[in-house]
Design a protein around this ligand. Structure first.
Ligand code: PGA
Length: 255
């Protein structure tokens, strides 16, 4: 019922030339795929070029963040209107790297998420526990309070437009993936909480991506889990063939 959504988070990689090369390689590889949603999130300076290249394609364009403000004295921030002008339809919000290194909080995530919904961009809201929190048995508490607070500005009648990305911090860029069972356990808890917040019908429609060292070799098992509806892919999205390998796994699971 929920269409699998695979998004590539390029992080701080790929300048203009590399963006063109990667997208020109990726586009024909995925051109015929209809039963999986696909997006890429290049750096800000590559968005406009990517937007041109992806026009009329089945690859959506995402920003890696979005300002909560429309214009003015917000040095270093990019507003929704400019993202849309560049061709964005999605924005990643509250990635753990932004939370850990750049002071992003649940409160700022909620403001950014509100703005994305107001301008009809799809927010991909990221949550996830650290290794320390997992080892202390705090995973569910941490993840569910991040979820609740990060979605504080979302109303029930619009919640199905939000995508959640569960990314255990200890699995990001480390080669350590949560086992499918570990991931499913948290995804199920997230969906139950979404049900409390927005109603079970809405929660059933919401997509919850898994992120953290997703690769072509582990994607199928992860995506086969009942409450895992996609992947937010870092490292493996930087090469057309490995990103395509993950999309292929999604196509297989969707069939
Ligand atoms: P990774 O990153 O796939 O390189 O672990 C995932 C992410 O941070 O979104």
């Amino acid at each position: 019922m929920r269409k699998i959504f695979i998004a590539g988070n390029w992080k701080m990689n790929n300048g203009l030339d590399a963006t063109k090369t990667l997208l020109e390689a990726l586009k024909p590889l995925v051109a015929d795929i209809k039963n999986v949603d696909i997006a890429v999130a290049p750096t800000y300076t590559s968005l406009a070029v990517a937007g041109e290249l992806l026009k009329n394609s089945n690859i959506a364009l995402s920003a890696q963040n979005i300002s909560w403000a429309d214009s003015g004295a917000f040095t270093g921030e990019i507003p929704a209107a400019m993202l849309k002008e560049a061709g964005c339809t999605h924005a990643i919000i509250g990635h753990s790297e932004r939370r850990a290194m750049f002071g992003e909080t649940n409160e700022s995530v909620a403001k950014r998420c509100r703005k994305a919904l107001d301008v009809d961009l799809t927010p991909i809201v990221c949550i996830g526990e650290s290794l320390e929190e997992r080892e202390a048995g705090k995973t569910m508490n941490v993840v569910l309070s991040q979820l609740t607070e990060s979605l504080a500005s979302v109303k029930a009648n619009e919640a199905d437009r939000v995508v959640i990305a569960y990314e255990p911090v200890w699995a990001i860029g480390t080669g350590k993936t949560a086992s499918p069972e570990q991931a499913q356990e948290v995804h199920a808890a997230i969906r139950a909480k979404l049900g409390e917040l927005f109603g079970t019908d809405v929660a059933e429609k919401m997509r919850i991506q898994y992120g953290g060292s997703v690769k072509p070799t582990n994607a199928k098992e992860l995506l086969s889990q009942k409450d895992i509806d996609g992947a937010l892919v870092g490292g493996a999205s930087l090469k057309a063939d490995s990103f395509k390998g993950i999309i292929d796994a999604a196509v297989e699971v969707s069939a």
